[in-house]
Design a protein. Structure first.
Length: 383
């Protein structure tokens, strides 16, 4: 028996029903995806990524990318108010170099920076038992708020190919991942206002304990404070490569078990290649953290030298003293800067940017509109 063709009314009803399902799914998904804001987290990564899309296109000259260490070290509003430098901080907690690469690709869809400051600490082991060197919840914070495009589709495919515990479907339909979160929904899930700090994560106070030993800067470095022109001239390094066009393989000169993770170097190489393709100055940065060892410094310096990159390690005696850093007041804990520490690193990086001619002071309507917001924020924080 031949079925009757659908009537025009039936087709319209089916289309309307399907559209309603899509709309309901969209808003329910938006509701259950976690929000990380100043009101409920020290790391307002939701604001970091959503505010980025609000920036006027092709106005950002300086990008900060990397883990939470960089989130606390680059202060865009401070840089603008003091130097007229327009920047944005796309760093986030536990951001691995895979995430850094894809967020840099995403950023370049909207902005044309002249310099990228990249936190390099995730070159080394962070989570030994994790295939991507970080845990899935941290990954989701970074990608749930990225807009859909070829960049995100490729990122999701690569991540799930490398980590079999993750599902591509859960990225396309986050409700699959967060279906149980309706039990935790609160006021911020329904009404929230992202912060306007351009990705900066402000930490105030200190978690240092009484009797904790003072920070001891690294010795034997060839990175000269304020001598930017020589900052890539690292001596006594051993670099091996089979082809000049191939990715460089780093061989440590120090006697240590420290190694650069192959997967992390693969994505660092991608970042280097992307920056070269776009004529962007890439600068590797290590903020003050006792986890930084001489071996890690040497390995990173060797990689930088092999790829003609500038490497600024604020754990070295030269840069630690050049910034007049005080471990107990400028470091919130053993990994992150306080606001005062972030200002000191931002000052140093501003000098670098201006002296190298990587940006010139200019007026930004975005930053002009948030000047008072930032001052009010600091006033409330310090009260």
């Amino acid at each position: 028996m031949q079925s009757k063709p659908l009537t025009k009314t039936a087709v319209i009803k089916t289309a309307v029903f399907s559209l309603l399902i899509i709309i309901i799914t969209y808003y329910v998904t938006k509701l259950v995806v976690p929000k990380f804001l100043l009101e409920n987290s020290s790391w307002p990564s939701t604001s970091t990524f959503t505010q980025f899309y609000e920036m006027e296109e092709n106005t950002v000259d300086v990008l900060f990318v990397g883990s939470s260490c960089m989130s606390t070290a680059g202060i865009p509003q401070y840089l603008y108010d003091k130097n007229g430098i327009v920047s944005y901080n796309l760093a986030s907690p536990e951001q691995t170099l895979i995430t850094s690469y894809y967020w840099l690709e995403e950023a370049l869809r909207f902005q044309s920076p002249s310099v990228v400051f990249l936190d390099n600490q995730m070159l080394f082991t962070f989570y030994e038992d994790e295939p991507l060197n970080f845990k899935e919840p941290g990954q989701r914070k970074d990608f749930d708020y990225m807009k859909w495009s070829k960049v995100k589709m490729t990122a999701v495919h690569d991540i799930c190919s490398l980590d079999s515990s993750q599902s591509e479907l859960s990225y396309y339909l986050p409700i699959v991942r967060y279906h149980d979160r309706w039990k935790e929904l609160g006021k911020l899930d329904f009404t929230y206002t992202p912060s306007k700090l351009y990705g900066f994560a402000p930490l105030y106070g200190s978690l240092h304990e009484e009797g904790e030993p003072d920070f001891v800067p690294l010795e034997n470095t060839n990175v000269a404070a304020k001598d930017f022109s020589n900052s890539t001239n690292i001596t006594n390094v051993s670099i091996s490569t089979t082809d000049e066009t191939a990715s460089k393989t780093v061989t440590a000169t120090a006697t240590s078990d420290e190694t650069i993770l192959p997967l992390m170097q693969e994505y660092m190489d991608k970042i280097v290649a992307l920056c070269k393709e776009k004529n962007i100055r890439l600068v590797l940065v290590t903020t003050v953290a006792p986890i930084q060892t001489q071996a890690r410094h040497d390995l990173t310096a060797q990689y930088a030298a092999a790829n003609n990159l500038t490497y600024l390690d604020f754990n070295t005696k030269e840069l630690y003293e050049a910034t007049q850093m005080d471990y107990f007041t400028d470091c919130y804990d053993t990994h992150h800067m306080t606001i005062s520490g972030g200002e000191k690193i931002s000052d140093y990086l501003a000098d670098f940017v201006l002296s190298e001619g990587l940006a010139t002071p200019k007026t930004s309507s975005d930053f002009e509109s948030t000047k008072q917001y930032y001052q009010d924020f600091l006033t409330d924080l310090y009260q």
